[in-house]
Each structure stands twice: as C-alpha cells, then as structure tokens.
Design a protein around this ligand. Structure first.
Ligand SMILES: Cc1cc2nc3c(=O)[nH]c(=O)nc-3n(C[C@H](O)[C@H](O)[C@H](O)COP(=O)(O)O)c2cc1C
Length: 216
C-alpha cells in the first residue's frame, strides 16, 4: 500500500496537521450539506457529494464506481466547495469540468483543486476509509478553509428554482443508476418548479438535465 493509501487509512499520518475550526463558519452546515467535492492532485475532478455531520463526526458516503471515490481512496483528501451555480451543479454531475474552472491551493506540497465558482471551501483529510457493499465511507478532518471574496458579493438568497434543480439532479442520478420509473415523475415535478420559480441559469440547468436524460 502506498503512502497515499495510508493517508486514507490512518488518523496518525505524519503528512498533515489537524486544524481546529468550525466548518459551519464556511457554510458546511449539519446534517447533510450538498457541496461540490473536488479531488485529484494531478487531474482535478468535481462532483456533487453530501458532507454528512452526525453525532459529532463529519464524513462522506461515496458510491462505488465514481472518480471521486477513486481519488479519495488513492489520495486521502478532498475539498468541499459551497456552490450556488445550478448549471455547474448539473455539469459537475454528468460531465468533466474544464481545468480552467479550478484554482490550486498549495497545502503540504500538494496542489488541492478548489472550484473558482465556490463561495467558500473546506479542504479535508479523509481518514478511516471503509468500503461497504456499495460505498466508500471516510471520516473527514478539516485542514484549511477559505472564502472566495469575489463570489461572496453574489451570495444568493434562497430560491426554490435552485433547490428544485438540486432535487431533480439527485433524482436523475438515481434514475440513471436504477432505471426506476418513479424518479421520472419526481424529476418532472421539479422541472415545473424550476420553470415557475427559477431564473435563466436554473432554466438552462434543467434543460441540460433533460438533454442528458434524453427527456422531451
Ligand atoms: C446534490 C447531489 C448530491 C450527491 N451526493 C452524493 C453523495 O453523497 N455520494 C455519492 O456517491 N454520490 C452523490 N451524488 C452523485 C454523484 O455526484 C454522481 O454520481 C457523479 O456523477 C459522480 O461523479 P464522478 O465520477 O466525477 O466522481 C450526488 C449528486 C447530487 C446531484
């Protein structure tokens, strides 16, 4: 097993310090916070992943077969980005983002990918990685966090259209995974909400989602 694999397995790694700060100050709120997780020192990748906080522990549950899971297992770190861009949410779910959409944060000699579109971000060390039948579970210890000042000016108020894009995208990933028709009704319900309450970006995002799913 390589040093990097050990990073994911051990809480006593000599490579990283443990920072002590409140991740909620950077927008990672309990219980499940829907972030876009960026991973990959060499080839950055991004995908929506829930950061779970329960009983004083912060962790992720990453389903097998994803690039994110592979990177976390191999490199033992991830960055949780707080993002309110509906189009980016859909694009990160179903396609690869451009290299130009990432910035790199030098931490302990490594390049951590951070999304340029993030309002805030928290870099985590992943420890105690366990694989269950369908998923990889990893506890998260915060390393460093920050805000992207230029994006904070545009902090959005709550919008049902954005929330509806988020819900529709979750159901779309489940539909792709299972083929269960019950998800189709839910996706269409959220699409109606996006049309009613969303702005241009939310509508563009739902159109892209419909394209990906080949829905009319
Ligand atoms: C809002 C949202 C939350 C998600 N949360 C998770 C999660 O916690 N764990 C997971 O494995 N997949 C989650 N997914 C699905 C992944 O984002 C999806 O499988 C993605 O295609 C993985 O991409 P990757 O192969 O680039 O890592 C979520 C999707 C959405 C839209």
């Amino acid at each position: 097993m390589s040093e990097l694999n050990n990073l994911c397995g051990s809480k006593e790694s000599k490579f990283f310090f443990k920072a002590d700060f409140d991740i909620s100050e950077y927008g990672i709120l309990p219980e499940i916070c829907e972030t876009i997780v960026s991973t990959g020192f060499e080839t950055p990748n991004a995908a929506p992943i829930g950061i779970i906080q329960k009983n004083g522990t912060t962790f992720v549950r990453i389903f097998k077969g994803s690039q994110t899971g592979e990177n976390v297992f191999k490199e033992g770190v991830l960055v949780a980005n707080v993002v309110y861009d509906p189009l980016l949410l859909v694009r990160a779910t179903f396609s690869k983002l451009e290299l130009s959409e990432f910035d790199f944060l030098k931490l302990d000699g490594r390049n951590f990918p951070v999304l340029k579109a993030a309002l805030s971000w928290v870099a985590f060390r992943c420890v105690g990685c366990k694989t269950t039948g369908r998923a990889l579970l990893a506890e998260l210890l915060p390393l460093q966090a920050g805000f992207r000042a230029e994006n904070r000016k545009a902090t959005p108020g709550p919008n049902r259209g954005f929330n509806a894009v988020l819900e529709a995208t979750v159901h779309a990933t489940r539909y792709q995974l299972t083929g269960d028709e019950k998800y189709v009704g839910w996706i269409r319900h959220y699409e109606e909400l996006v049309r009613k309450c969303g702005g241009e970006k939310e509508k563009e995002a739902i159109n892209l989602l419909y394209n990906v799913l080949d829905f009319e």
